[in-house]
Design a binder for this molecule. Structure first.
Ligand code: ADP
Length: 385
C-alpha cells in the first residue's frame, strides 16, 4: 500500500458535526473529504475540501459527490438508499455501509425484526398502525410503554412514553404515522459500543456508559461503571449485531443493561455516533478515523482506551432560535485534560447539540471522577445572543 498526494477522496452525505469530526480525522491519513448538505456553510465545511450544497436525497448532488470521490459514505440516516444504490451503480463508486443496511436501520420496526431474527436480544415490541392496534399491543406489552415513530426520529424526537391507558390516543396522534410500541425497559444503566467492519476485519471499541435525560444523550463515560461480565455480554451482542450489517464502516450500538444484568439492544446507527465521541481523545484510534480507514479499505487501527474518559454535550438552551455565541470558554480551556469541541453551528435552539467537552483522566482515576471533571469543565459555559 502506498500513499500519494492527493490521496483517496471520501464523499460524505451530510455535513453536520459528524462530518466535521470525520474531516478532522481525515487529514492525517492523507484522505480528503467532500460533503453534501442542504445548509450552506454546514459544520463540516471549514474542515473539508468542499461542500456541495444539495439535499441528502438529490441524485444530482450524489452524482457530483461521486464525480469527486473514490468511495461514498453517509453521516446521517436521512440519506436515501434508493438514490445511493442507483448512483453507485451508474458511477461505479462504492457506498459503505451498504444502502440496504441503511434501509433496514432507517425503519425502527424493520431494524428490530431483523435483529431479533438474528438472535440479538431486543425489548418486546409490536407494529401499530391504528389506535385500536395500539390498545391491543399495550394489552400484551403492559404499561408503561414507549411508542416510537418507525422512521425519522432522532434525539428522542419521534418517541412518546405512554404511562397509562389514558395517554394512548394522544400518543398515537402525536406520532402521526407508522409506529411501533415497545415495552418500557427498566434499565440499570444505558450502554453503547462502537463496532467497526473493515476490509476483512472486525473491531469493537471499549464499552461506554451513556447518560440520557429526557431521551437526549447528555454524557458518556468509559469504561462503563458495570461488571466485566456485562461488558463481555455487550461485546458478544455487538458481534452479533455486526454480523447483520453489511458494508464497511463504524456502527453505533446502543443498549440497555437491565436490572438483572441482562442486555437488550435499543438501536443501531450505521455511522459514527455521539456515544463514541470520547474516542477522539480516549482511544488510540477514534471512531472517525476508524470509519475512514474502514470505508477506504485501510487496515483498522487499535481501539484500546488510553485512560478513563468522559464527555458532556453542550446543548442549546433558551426558548428562541438565536445566533450561537458560547460564553465562558476560557475557563473550560484552562482546565487540565479537558478538550473542547465546538461544532460551528450558526444558530442555537433548545437542546440542539452545539458541541461537547471531553475529559481524559489519569489511569488511576475512577470513571465517576472523570465524569465529574467533565461536568466541572462545562460549568462556566452558557449561550448568550
Ligand atoms: P432516538 O432514535 O431518538 O435516539 P431512542 O429510541 O434511541 O431514540 O431512544 C432515546 C432514549 O429514550 C433511550 O436512550 C432511552 O433513554 C429512552 N428509551 C428508548 N426506548 C426505551 C424503552 N423501550 N424503555 C425505556 N426507555 C427507552
Amino acid at each position: 500500500m502506498k500513499l500519494q498526494s492527493s490521496g483517496q477522496t471520501v464523499g460524505v452525505v451530510g455535513g453536520g458535526q459528524l462530518g466535521r469530526m470525520l474531516g478532522e480525522a481525515a487529514a492525517p491519513l492523507g484522505i480528503e473529504l467532500v460533503v453534501s448538505d442542504p445548509t450552506p456553510d454546514a459544520p463540516a465545511a471549514p474542515v473539508v475540501r468542499e461542500q456541495i450544497v444539495g439535499e441528502f436525497d438529490d441524485e444530482g448532488t450524489l452524482r457530483e459527490l461521486c464525480d469527486r470521490a473514490d468511495v461514498l459514505t453517509f453521516e446521517i440516516e436521512l440519506a436515501d438508499p434508493d438514490a445511493l444504490t442507483r448512483v453507485a451503480k451508474e458511477t461505479g463508486v462504492p457506498v459503505h455501509p451498504h444502502p440496504e443496511t441503511l434501509r433496514t436501520i432507517q425503519d425502527k420496526l424493520v431494524q428490530k425484526r431483523r435483529l431479533r431474527e438474528a438472535g440479538v436480544p431486543v425489548p418486546a415490541f409490536r407494529a401499530v398502525d391504528s389506535v385500536g392496534a395500539l390498545y391491543g399491543a399495550l394489552d400484551e406489552l403492559g404499561y408503561p410503554a414507549m411508542l416510537k415513530a418507525r422512521e425519522g426520529g432522532y434525539d428522542g424526537r419521534g418517541n412518546v412514553p405512554i404511562e397509562t391507558r389514558a395517554d394512548v390516543e394522544e400518543a398515537f396522534e402525536a406520532i402521526d404515522g407508522p409506529a411501533m410500541a415497545e415495552e418500557f425497559v427498566e434499565f440499570e444503566r444505558e450502554l453503547a459500543v462502537m463496532g467497526c467492519l473493515g476490509k476483512g476485519q472486525t473491531d469493537i471499541f471499549p464499552v461506554t456508559e451513556t447518560i440520557h435525560e429526557a431521551e437526549i444523550l447528555r454524557e458518556t463515560v468509559s469504561p462503563a461503571r458495570t461488571s466485566e461480565a456485562v461488558r463481555k455480554r455487550v461485546r458478544s451482542v455487538a458481534n452479533d449485531v455486526l454480523g447483520v450489517m453489511s458494508g464497511r464502516g463504524t456502527y453505533g450500538i446502543e443498549l440497555f443493561e437491565t436490572t438483572d444484568g441482562g442486555i437488550l439492544l435499543n438501536e443501531i446507527a450505521p455511522r459514527p455516533h455521539n456515544s463514541g465521541h470520547w474516542t477522539i481523545e480516549g482511544c488510540h484510534t477514534s471512531q472517525f478515523e476508524q470509519h475512514l480507514r474502514a470505508v477506504t479499505g485501510l487496515p483498522l487501527g487499535s481501539t484500546t482506551r488510553r485512560a478513563p474518559t468522559a464527555i458532556k454535550n453542550i446543548l442549546g438552551d433558551g426558548p428562541e432560535r438565536s445566533e450561537a455565541t458560547l460564553a465562558g470558554v476560557e475557563s473550560t480551556l484552562a482546565r487540565n485534560r479537558a478538550s473542547l469541541h465546538w461544532y460551528g453551528k450558526q444558530e442555537v435552539y433548545k437542546l440542539r447539540k452545539m458541541g461537547h467537552v471531553t475529559t481524559v483522566g489519569t489511569t488511576e482515576q475512577t470513571p465517576g471522577s472523570v465524569l465529574e471533571d467533565a461536568r466541572t469543565a462545562t460549568e462556566s459555559l452558557s449561550f448568550r445572543s
